[in-house]
Design a protein around this ligand. Sequence first.
Ligand SMILES: *Cc1c(COP(=O)(O)O)cnc(C)c1O
Length: 393
Amino acid sequence: MAHSVLDFSSFSALSAEETHLIETSVAQYGAPLLLLDCDTVRSQYRALKAALPDVTLHFALKPLPHPAVVRALLDEGASFDLATSGEVDLVASQGVPAENTIHTHPIKRDIDIRDALAYGCQVFVVDNMNELEKFIPYRDEAEVLIRLSFRNAEAFADLSKKFGCSSESAIKMMTRAQELGIRIKGLSFHVGSQTTNPNKYVEAIHACRAVMEEAIELGLPALSTLDIGGGFPVSYCSKVTPIKEFCRPINAALATLPETVQVLAEPGRFIVAPAVMSVASVMGQAEREGETWYYLDDGVYGSFSGLMFDHGDYPIMAIKQGERFPSVLAGPTCDSIDVVAEHIMLPKLENGDLIVTRVMGAYTSATATDFNFFKRAQTVVLNDMVADQRMIG
Ligand SMILES: *Cc1c(COP(=O)(O)O)cnc(C)c1O
């Protein structure tokens, strides 16, 4: 495996190697860019795998649905978590075996179910009776996980507001599924994205164990699977607990489950967030109320969309060194909300100077738009499986 010259997850100043890579990439492709390092994707996957040794990791594509990420993870032996037919198409195009996938969108159209089944994915998620009944025609092929909800106000995205059901509803659905001849494989939950307190998982695991025990007491078929979802945190400007330590109480809770229960997880952010660095360049500047405003060629409607959709607090820096002054970084569009950072300390920049941001892999380009016809940043893929050291893609 090629050794990465980058340390995208560090918060230190840019190394000479990083600066060289950034400058030569911009010279070759122009700005704005996203530098995606597949070796960081691999090392993040390995770190989580080592922290959760008995858990099958299904990478959730949504934070960074890029073919090079799929290739790197497939090569590492990862499994995948799909939510749409577009995501089915992406993994299928990269040769992911369907038996290594699950489909976890709790609300699906019939065509979504049929597309996934046609590919060969056979595990789905439901959280309500209406959805369960959609599986009557597919009961011979499909198996179902029931998603429970546990509210989490601290997470970046409290995914249990929109999805998931109570323990009581889960039992009712299991009873109904038995009548309908639909196989319930197990339970799932998602504690919320960027959950910084592992006790959220611990509480959810214990609640799921209680549902599994109740099902057995009621004479329902035993559940074979628990899917503990995504949500594993990464350090942005604020640091989080290292993953090994973070997962220790989760492993302890999982050890209380019957040995027959197979455990899955659906990490998204943790795998890809530190694998991307964004590079924008200064298009123009103005003095406003004692601060210099620098107008970049990437902004809130582009790679920095996570400032709106993901509470992003990304480490932003200039390549140039020197005495620093309070400054504003704005995006290129004509909209006044398109401001990336206010009162940020930066050296005096010239037009064309570069602004670099770390930890830009999750929920950034995935939610970018073409608003005002400003083109999205191009992705430069580093250490890809199939291509040169560096390619645009
Ligand atoms: C978004 C999502 C994930 C990934 O969550 P992260 O917080 O990025 O780890 C996993 N599973 C489902 C069902 C999701 O919607």
